[in-house]
Write a protein that binds this ligand. Structure first.
Ligand SMILES: [Zn+2]
Length: 79
């Protein structure tokens, strides 16, 4: 991914980051899954863990615009 992304609204240089989910007293990176949300009584949602793609988010420090990406990498794939 291009590290020099500019905000589409105000053209300020965006900064890399992530949106963390709070899970059982710890933090986890958000993940994208294909399909529509399907409730599960066991896990809250039915997801295929092997299809998870970690989500990174860029933020514009000027206007606050957020832009998220789900690009598969070897570091973020579940085996
Ligand atoms: Zn902006």
């Amino acid at each position: 991914m291009d590290e020099s992304t500019q905000c589409i609204r105000c053209h300020t240089q965006m900064e890399c980051g992530l949106i963390a989910d709070l899970t059982y007293g710890s933090y986890a990176q958000q993940h994208w899954y294909p399909g529509v949300p399907t409730p599960s009584i066991w896990t809250g949602l039915e997801v295929k863990r092997e299809q998870a793609v970690a989500v990174t988010t860029r933020r514009c420090p000027q206007c606050g615009y957020l832009e998220s990406y789900a690009i598969p990498t070897e570091l973020t794939k579940y085996k």
